[in-house]
Structure formats: structure tokens, C-alpha cells
Design a protein around this ligand. Structure first.
Ligand code: GLC
Ligand code: CA
Length: 549
């Protein structure tokens, strides 16, 4: 790539808005209670109406579903629960007709223990697949070290056949792959190229910053060889086609993100970083240990990421995914101001520089749930419940954490209409439907110009119409204001101004910026006045052409 392409804003994914589908919860076509590929195909019209450019599809490959598909037993086949390889090819083809690309989820840090590689690997130390995984000698009962797995328990599991422990950062059914082995790496590249040939538009890379682990030094993410591996991976696969690639990197800082998303295309297009997501997590504690949401910190984090990556990298913009609670229940207000706050959060995020991601149901303002423990399905939630009970936490306290943070908050089935099972399935849904589906559903919002859906639709459209969304520089306004988040985006010929009230009270503010000659592009109150006052969760986005001399 030539040097002058460094700030190339023509890349399709810089203009794109990506929609994440969690397939088992999106749309069920055959009544078994689990969403599937045909179900997605049936909803392509809906997605085209929304206006998105690509779907990030959470894993659909063959899997025993210990971690809902993030435990893959065959990277080149589709799980029968979701359909067949032909259905997948059909989805890629049909989506293209709707101008939508399909982004696959690559789980490369670990496989399922039911993958052929692992089945072989555990037979003997001499087996040619043994070195595809991370083993340490030891004696049964004495772990190589005290590292813990993300879903609870030790990160080491004993295999009597080989008299060794294997390393797993997630569940015992998700053994970590050994990236130090060039044969394993080549095997992965071949598999990715096979998917590229099938016409996918890109990849999301699961916990990619954990592949270069060094368990002897207790290093999980950002291992010493991480960027070496990524550059090789990119060269051998992604660089051969016009793809978008986004790595999940919980440990990313702005400095690291500039490496990952270097405009020279040597690694990835961008990463998901979680600094703005982890603000209510106390250092050294778990996400379940609840803490207040610090608004000033949120402002600081967004400002820093916007400023630091400008011209040197690329941001991903997201509030939600399948692992996170619903944003309207978190930074917004899922009661009285649900509609206003959901729109405010959308307006704030979509005005920033980067590629926005919408997680299914976010465009409807879907909310968190509060179920009985029996109704949860997520392995992380269920393990946490047991672990904390054993540690002596009260049931009430554990449930409070689960209500706030359980991954199942995001995984309840998509709410399509107010009919049986919210139109998600004709059978019994694998996870209970959020009881508020009578009120919150897609059918009630499409075509209603005041709906959350229409607000997202508008924001997606604006990003395509106004180049300043893609290339404008970022400047924070009212930096010390404790209620208002305001910023401008400016390029050579126009300026965008976004003002958002993050609270449920009316607040006043004063800006130097004169909005009287600006066009109001989008807002969340029908009669947006311009008096320096913002009503609860009020958000406004203005635009103006710059004067030319
Ligand atoms: C990522 C996924 C999450 C999964 C984990 C292990 O964080 O988003 O759902 O459980 O990786 O693959
Ligand atoms: Ca199904």
C-alpha cells in the first residue's frame, strides 16, 4: 500500500455501520426455539430498511455450545442448530442482494475440546496435534500455577492419558490453542482463506489479544509475540481481500490500538476496546462488584480515544454486544425516559469518528431483564452464582449483580412483534423473552418517525450523506460540565455539533458555538428549542457548511 493512502477515508468500512446478530436469539425459522440462518435470511429486508452495511454474525460454526458457539469443534462447518453450510452460503448471497456483507466471528484463542485437534492432542504426547494446545507437566492435584479461568476455577485441567495439564482461559471445554506452533498457525490461515473464498466481508476476532499467552509468566493478554502473530495472520489472509477486521481486545490502550489499527493495514481495521465499558468496575475487582457509573470519566475516555486515534488508527464505536448489559438500562433510563435516553445514547455515539456497531435490539431500545436464577442460561452467570454462593454471598446480593451485568441481559430473544413469543419463535424459546415485548417490539417502531428505530435509521443515513462523520476532527466542548456531553466534528468544509444531557433532570448550558445558523439534523424531542436548556436526556445534532473565503 502506498504511503499517501495512510489517511485513506475511502475504505468501505469507514463509512459503514455494522449490525451484530447473536444468531440463537435473532429469529427462529423452524420452531425449535433457537434462532437460525434461515431466520436471518427472512429478516434481511428489515436490516436493509434499517440501513446497515454489514452483519457481524456471532459464531455459527459447529460447536457443542458450552459457551454458545464460542467453543468451535469444526471451523469449516455450520452447527446443525443454525443450519447447513449451504444455508450459510445462501445467507452470504442473499445478504449481498440487500447490500449487506457478512462478517464472521473467528474464535482463534481456543477451540472446543470436542474439536478433532484436541481429541487427537490428548491421546499422547507424541501425537502430531499435541502441540496445537498449551500443556504443562505436573502431578494430578498440583496445578502448574494459580491462574484462574475467566468463567471460574483453575485455568489448568488434568488429562490422565498424557499426565499433563492443558491451559484454558475460559471453560474447561475451551482449551487454548498454542500460537507458538507454526503448524497450528498455518492451519488457521488455510481455514480463514477458505472462508474468504466463500465471499465473507470480514471477520471479528474473538479475544484476539489473548492468543500470545505466556502462562509461565502468567501473561494472558498483550503477550510479547502478539503483534508479530497479528501481522503474519493479516499478511497470510486478510490482506488478500477488501475486508473489515475487528479484534476484541479487552486490554487495549490507545497506544496499542494504534498498532492494531495502523492505517498501513498491517494488522486489523480496528479493535473493540472496553475502557468506556469497564468504568463501573473497580480496579482489582470483578465486574460483578457493582460500582457507580462515573460520567466525567466517560467523557475523558471518549475524548482521549477520539483525539489519539485521529489520523493514526480507527475507532470502533459501540455500547452493546452479546456480553454486555443493555445500554439503555445502564447509562440510560429504562423507565420513564427509555425512548429519550436510548436515542440520546445513539446520537452521542454515532456522531463520533469510527465505525458504529449496533447490537440486535439496541435499535428498539431493548432492556435488561430480572429473571429467577433457573431462567438464566449463560455459563458465566451460572458459574458465578455457584461460586459466590459457596463464598457466602447472599442470594439477593448475587442476583443484584446478575441483574446488572449478566450476559443474558443481551441475549434474550429479539422482540419482533407483540404476538406469541414476540414473533421470535413458534416453539419454546431457548431463553425467556423479556416480558416487556408487548410494549417494545420492531413492528411497532418501523415507520413511526418518533421511534428509536427511526432515530437509528436516520443516524445511519446521515453517516453516508455527510463526509464529516467520517473525517471530521473531534473537539470536546464543556469539558467540565457534569451533566452535558458536547463535541464538534470539523472537516475542511463543514462542522457537526452534538449536545447531550446524560441525566433525567433539565439542565442549562452555555456554548460559544452559535447554533442559530446551523441545521438541526436529528434530536430526540419533537420541538427542539435552542435556548441553552436541555430537557431530560435531550440530545441534538447540528450541522453547518463552513463559510468559504
Ligand atoms: C469473547 C466472547 C464471549 C466468549 C469469550 C470466550 O469475550 O465475546 O462471548 O465467552 O470470548 O470465547
Ligand atoms: Ca431454529
Amino acid at each position: 500500500m502506498r504511503n499517501d493512502d495512510k489517511t485513506d477515508e475511502r475504505k468501505w468500512w469507514k463509512h459503514a455501520v455494522i449490525y451484530q446478530i447473536y444468531p440463537r436469539s435473532f429469529a427462529d425459522s423452524n420452531g425449535d426455539g433457537i434462532g437460525d440462518l434461515q431466520g436471518i435470511i427472512e429478516k434481511l429486508d428489515y436490516l436493509e430498511t434499517l440501513g446497515i452495511d454489514a452483519i457481524w454474525l456471532s459464531p455459527v460454526c459447529k460447536s457443542p455450545q458450552d459457551d454458545n458457539g464460542y467453543d468451535i469443534s469444526d471451523y469449516r462447518d455450520i452447527d446443525p442448530m443454525f443450519g447447513t453450510l449451504a444455508d450459510m452460503e445462501g445467507l452470504i448471497r442473499e445478504a449481498e442482494k440487500h447490500h449487506i456483507r457478512i462478517i464472521m466471528d473467528l474464535v482463534l484463542n481456543h477451540s472446543s475440546d470436542e474439536h478433532y485437534w484436541f481429541q487427537e492432542a490428548k491421546k499422547s504426547r507424541e501425537n502430531s496435534y499435541h502441540d496445537y494446545y498449551v500443556w504443562r507437566d505436573g502431578v494430578e492435584g498440583a496445578y502448574p500455577n494459580d491462574m484462574r479461568a475467566a468463567f471460574g476455577g483453575s485455568a489448568w485441567e488434568w488429562v490422565p492419558e498424557v499426565q499433563q495439564y492443558y491451559f484454558h482461559q475460559f471453560s474447561t471445554k475451551q482449551p487454548d490453542l498454542n500460537w507458538e506452533n507454526p503448524k497450528l498457525r498455518q492451519e488457521i490461515y488455510d481455514m480463514i482463506n477458505w472462508w474468504i473464498e466463500k465471499g465473507v466481508g470480514g471477520f471479528r476476532l474473538d479475544v484476539i489479544d489473548q492468543i500470545a499467552k505466556e502462562p509461565d509468566q502468567k501473561i494472558t493478554n498483550n503477550g510479547p509475540r502478539l503483534h508479530e502473530y497479528l501481522r503474519e495472520l493479516s499478511k497470510e489472509t486478510f490482506q488478500k481481500a477488501d475486508l473489515v477486521t475487528v479484534g476484541e481486545a479487552w486490554g487495549a490502550t490507545t497506544e496499542l490500538a494504534k498498532l492494531y489499527s495502523n492505517p498501513d493495514n498491517s494488522e486489523l481495521s480496528m479493535v473493540f476496546q472496553f475502557e468506556h465499558i469497564c468504568l463501573d468496575q473497580i480496579e482489582g475487582k470483578e465486574k460483578w462488584d457493582l460500582a457507580p457509573l462515573p460520567f466525567m470519566k466517560l467523557k475523558e475516555v471518549f475524548r482521549r480515544w477520539q483525539m489519539e486515534l485521529y489520523g493514526k488508527g480507527w475507532n470502533s464505536l459501540f455500547w452493546n454486544n452479546h456480553d454486555l448489559p443493555r445500554i439503555v438500562s445502564r447509562w440510560g433510563n429504562d423507565g420513564q425516559y427509555r425512548v429519550e435516553s436510548a436515542k440520546m445514547l445513539a446520537i452521542l455515539l454515532h456522531g463520533l469518528q469510527g465505525t458504529p456497531y449496533i447490537y440486535q435490539g439496541e435499535e428498539l431500545g431493548m432492556t435488561n431483564v430480572q429473571y429467577e436464577i433457573e431462567d438464566y442460561r449463560d455459563i458465566e452467570t451460572l458459574n458465578l452464582y455457584q461460586e459466590r454462593l459457596e463464598k457466602g454471598y447472599s442470594k439477593e446480593e448475587i442476583m443484584r449483580s446478575i441483574y446488572a451485568k449478566s450476559r443474558d441481559n443481551a441475549r434474550t430473544p429479539m422482540q419482533w412483534n407483540d404476538g406469541e413469543n414476540a414473533g421470535f419463535t413458534k416453539g419454546t424459546p431457548w431463553l425467556k423473552i423479556n416480558p416487556n415485548y408487548k410494549e417494545i417490539h420492531a413492528e411497532g417502531q418501523i415507520g413511526d418517525e418518533n421511534s428509536i428505530f427511526s432515530c437509528y435509521q436516520k443516524l445511519i443515513w446521515l453517516r453516508k450523506e455527510y463526509p464529516v462523520f467520517v473525517d471530521g476532527d473531534f473537539r470536546m466542548l464543556l469539558e467540565n460540565d457534569e451533566n452535558v456531553f458536547a463535541y464538534t466534528r470539523t472537516n475542511t468544509d463543514s462542522r457537526l455539533l452534538v449536545i447531550c444531557n446524560f441525566y433525567d433532570t433539565t439542565v442549562s448550558y452555555s456554548l460559544e458555538e452559535d447554533v442559530s445558523d446551523m441545521e438541526l439534523l436529528v434530536s430526540n424531542y419533537q420541538d427542539a428549542d435552542q435556548t441553552g436548556v436541555l430537557r431530560p436526556y435531550e440530545a441534538r445534532m447540528y450541522w453547518k457548511q463552513k463559510d468559504r473565503e
